[in-house]
Design a protein around this ligand. Structure first.
Ligand code: NAD
Length: 497
């Protein structure tokens, strides 16, 4: 069986691992590979290689970096079906979803290709007599990214194209559940001409992450994953003096007002709740039906659920694949069980789904609850599976109160035909990413991605301008090239004249 190992200094790490994990095909339940788990020697090796590479890369011209980025962009474009196939094999998402993920990642590479524009500083001539001032942004050195299982290509690509374009060396610790895509990305970087050591991959579990957080050679850590781990990463990393951005979990609401186009809302709710089997941080997990909406919208949602085809990504007719692991599938099943016990009405129960020929796959069909109340665990907990909860709210104000009281604040959507209500909503809602008749409002690469409250620890969102700021340090230079005249020593505070 293949052992997926680390990528350090431009080649695969040759030492046999002391610890490793198993990689599954979630559609069949079979183990397909082993993945090496890093220990201190591996992380030290990656940091040493990255440190050596960062010096020269940070000094390389924007023209040189740009050429490598353009070459990488073309290679990813050419190999995007191979990347998508790896996602289907290890994550389980259906091909259209997998390809969509690669394309959204590619957008950040394209944004990074234009980075010289964003790295431009400011210049003020003659701020004082013979004195000019200008600002520059410089790379941090060695930075690391720790990423979740649900987007093994896109989420790392929120980070490394920008970090590398800014002149840093980047160490990726991908999820141990679907590690193969990161190896193909490393090979593509090498083919694009990126110097050895500028991009490394270190596989592993929490031990590898804690070694990264403690390592004095790493200047900054970007993290995306669940809220408890995001909090841990932020606390540990900042205690160790690092710059940290840590994006956490979510419980995204979709508010539907009585005047909304209910067919549009039903299509959107089903796509956003059950796409990727509900394993998206921007998935809709709560539908807030305002006024009399629930009784009119629910039949439309159920009609669409009935036609959803659950199956493996290898079958082109499948629309919804398996969950990532057996344990996760069982945890989501238990959440559904609890929801019923707590008094919610289970309108559609996906627990009895049967996928012929894939009896050992980690499948669960779409589940729809009505009459969910905010005290129920299916409302308070992030389920991260194909479960949509309908909460009935009497008014817009009650719906807004519900959204703003939630501790998570990643994404939110409102469906309405009333522009004034939508405008009021975008202003009042305390959530990082807002959709108006758009269920999954993932920002384009040139805006920044990130939530508020328990969905983000740290100040900087990912990619866009905030990404550039995260991976660089600002410096202001004040320079004097005087006519050769000297005014003598002055111990007073420098003033511009
Ligand atoms: P996770 O938190 O279990 O793992 C994320 C990463 O942290 C992995 O690389 C993992 O190896 C590592 N890790 C796990 N436990 C750790 C620990 N105790 N200490 C240190 N490191 C640890 O998340 P996941 O299950 O891979 O991904 C799903 C979660 O990610 C969901 O909560 C989802 O909402 C969230 N997510 C958030 C966003 C966002 O943008 N806010 C995007 C995608 C996913």
């Amino acid at each position: 069986m293949e052992t997926i190992t680390h990528w350090i200094g431009g080649h695969a790490w040759s030492e046999p691992p002391a610890r490793f994990g198993e990689v599954f095909n979630p559609a069949t339940g079979a183990v397909t590979a082993r993945v090496a788990f890093a220990d201190a020697a591996v992380v030290d090796g990656a940091v040493a290689s990255a440190t050596a590479a960062a010096r020269a890369w940070g000094r390389s011209s924007l023209a040189v970096r740009g050429r490598v980025l353009f070459a990488f962009r073309d290679l990813v474009e050419r190999r995007k079906h191979d990347l998508a196939a790896l996602l289907t094999a290890e994550h389980g998402k259906v091909p259209s979803d997998a390809l969509g993920e690669v394309n959204r990642g590619l957008e950040v590479v394209e944004f990074a290709c234009g980075l010289p524009q964003l790295l431009k500083g400011e210049f003020s001539e003659s701020v004082s007599t013979d004195v000019d001032s200008y600002s520059i942004r410089q790379p941090l050195g060695v930075v690391a990214g720790v990423t979740p299982f649900n987007f093994p290509v896109m989420v790392p690509m929120w980070m490394f194209p920008i970090a590398i374009a800014c002149g840093n060396a980047f160490i990726l610790k991908p999820s141990e559940k679907d590690p193969s895509a990161s190896m193909l990305l490393a090979a593509l970087w090498a083919e694009a001409g990126l110097p050895d050591g500028v991009f490394s991959v270190v596989h592993g579990d929490r031990e590898a992450v804690d070694l990264i957080l403690a390592h004095p050679g790493i200047q900054a850590v970007s993290f995306v994953g669940s809220t408890p781990v995001a909090r841990h990463v932020y606390q540990r990393g900042t205690q160790a003096g690092k710059r940290v951005q840590a994006l956490g979990g979510a419980k995204n609401h979709m508010v539907v007002l009585p005047d909304a186009d209910l067919d549009l809302a039903a299509d959107a709710a089903v796509g956003a709740a059950f796409g990727s089997t509900g394993q998206r941080c921007m998935a809709i997990s709560v539908l807030v039906a305002v006024g009399d909406v629930a009784d009119r919208l629910t039949p439309r949602i159920r009609e669409r659920i009935r036609t959803l085809r659950v199956g493996p990504g290898s079958d082109p007719s499948s629309e919804m694949g398996p969950l990532i692991t057996r344990e996760h599938r069982d945890r989501v099943r238990a959440c559904v069980e609890r929801g019923g016990a707590e008094g919610a009405t289970l309108l559609d129960d996906g627990r009895d789904v049967h996928v012929p020929g894939h009896e050992h796959g980690f499948f669960l069909g779409p589940c729809l609850f009505d009459h969910v109340t905010p005290d129920m665990s299916i409302y308070t907990d992030e389920i991260f599976g194909p479960v949509l909860c309908i909460v009935r709210a009497p008014t817009y104000e009650a719906a807004m109160g519900l959204v703003n009281a939630n501790p998570y604040a990643n994404g939110v959507a409102i469906f309405t035909n009333d522009g004034g209500a939508a405008r009021r909503f975008q202003h009042e809602v305390q959530v990082g990413m807002v959709g108006i008749n758009v269920p999954i409002p993932v920002p384009m690469a040139y805006y920044s991605f990130g939530g508020w409250k328990q969905s983000l620890f740290g100040d900087a969102h990912m990619h866009g301008r905030e990404g550039v700021h995260f991976y660089t340090r600002g410096k202001v230079v004040t320079s004097r090239w005087p006519d050769p005249k000297h005014r003598g020593v002055n111990l007073g505070f420098p003033q511009m004249t």
